[in-house]
Design a protein around this ligand. Structure first.
Ligand code: SF4
Length: 345
């Protein structure tokens, strides 16, 4: 790879790339990789400041809030190394069948109260096929859509037919979460029971159905900075609209239980690099932020994040929603819920 402006003079290189993005342009993989490799904290703060400008240009001061309902927990047939819900790992994580309507409606009510734009139904299983379970899933999506309190989202694993994606859309689903998790190169280190290509195929069915794609990954699994860079470009290629970045929470009993934590500055730099590559997408900070960023959580917005997963995660706790809402207020930011729902109430 030839030396880029960022390698030679980081401050000038960061400014030049940011100016191009602010003018509506894009950066290449060769230009992005040196950003992921920055080591000097003064350079990283230059990067964060530029990412903040890009966020403000394309997302304003509105922050998109999402929450999730664990619609079916534990005993998953897949072996994702980071996941407490895999039946391959002994984690003591709860196990239960498909969720009843009441908790879903309660989650919608709570979302409405807190300004949370979307509630996602998340199921721990390999994927969804045609049959009675799909009917039940569609019922819950209809309930969420008809509540008028929140936008129904879902993350229900691998999809193997266009018909399933179409049925979800017909039920009122707007956005489907399906992470690529990491780069194609690193993916087999984290999961071998399904392939990267199966994940890409699922996203194709979802896009054909007219659903918005929420797709991101997890950092801190042992992947390289190059893997993180490649993940961001793959997400650009698949047309993700919302990009969740999870930071590994090493759960006891999983193969990653002893993974060393990523330093907070490395996490913030990664978020900023994603903003450079994905300037118009919602970059959402999801699982692991409280544990890994501690007092530096509020800097995620300066690093370019424009969305936040609030409430508890699937198997780990988050800080209370009220604390997140206070953090936004203190930063002069606000939830984008009004833009979606104020006309309906
Ligand atoms: S990440 Fe999803 S597919 Fe993988 S083990 Fe966990 S619940 Fe199953």
């Amino acid at each position: 790879m030839t030396e880029t402006l960022v390698d030679a003079t980081p401050t000038a290189g960061i400014s030049a790339l940011a100016a191009r993005i602010l003018a509506g342009g894009q950066i290449t993989r060769d230009e992005a990789l040196p950003l992921f490799q920055l080591e000097d904290s003064a350079d990283i703060f230059d990067l964060l400041a530029a990412a903040n400008r890009i966020r403000e240009r394309f997302k304003g001061n509105k922050i998109h809030l999402c929450s999730i309902v664990n619609a079916k927990a534990g005993a998953c047939s897949e072996n994702c190394s980071f996941c407490a819900q895999s039946s391959f790992h002994q984690t003591g994580s709860p196990k239960y069948g498909f969720v009843d309507p009441e908790p879903v409606l309660e989650a919608a009510e709570e979302a409405g109260r807190n300004g949370v734009t979307a509630v996602g139904l998340v199921a721990a299983w390999r994927g969804l096929n045609e049959g009675p379970m799909l009917d039940e899933v569609c019922d819950r999506i209809r309930d969420l859509a008809q509540s008028g309190k929140t936008r129904p989202d879902a993350s229900l694993g691998i999809i193997k037919s266009q018909r399933v994606a179409d049925r979800l859309k017909e039920a009122g689903l707007e956005c489907y979460g399906h992470n690529l998790e990491s780069s194609r190169r690193f993916f087999p280190n984290t999961c071998t029971t399904h392939s990267y290509d199966e994940r890409l195929e699922t996203i194709r069915y979802l896009r054909n159905a007219g659903l918005r794609i929420c797709s991101g990954g997890i950092i801190g699994m042992g992947e390289t900075r190059e893997d993180r860079c490649d993940l961001a470009f793959s997400l650009r290629d698949v047309g993700a609209s919302v990009v969740p970045i999870n930071i590994l929470n090493p759960v006891k009993g999983t193969p990653y239980e002893n993974n060393p934590p990523l330093p907070p500055m490395e996490i913030l730099k990664t978020i900023a690099c994603f903003r450079f590559i994905l300037p118009r997408q919602e970059i959402m900070i999801a699982g692991g932020r409280t544990l890994n960023l501690r007092d530096m959580q509020s800097l995620i917005f300066m690093a370019g994040a424009s969305a936040l997963m609030v409430g508890n995660y699937l198997t780990t706790l988050n800080q209370p929603v009220e604390k997140d809402l206070q953090m936004l207020k203190d930063l002069g930011l606000s939830a984008d819920w009004d833009d979606h729902f104020s006309s309906q109430t």
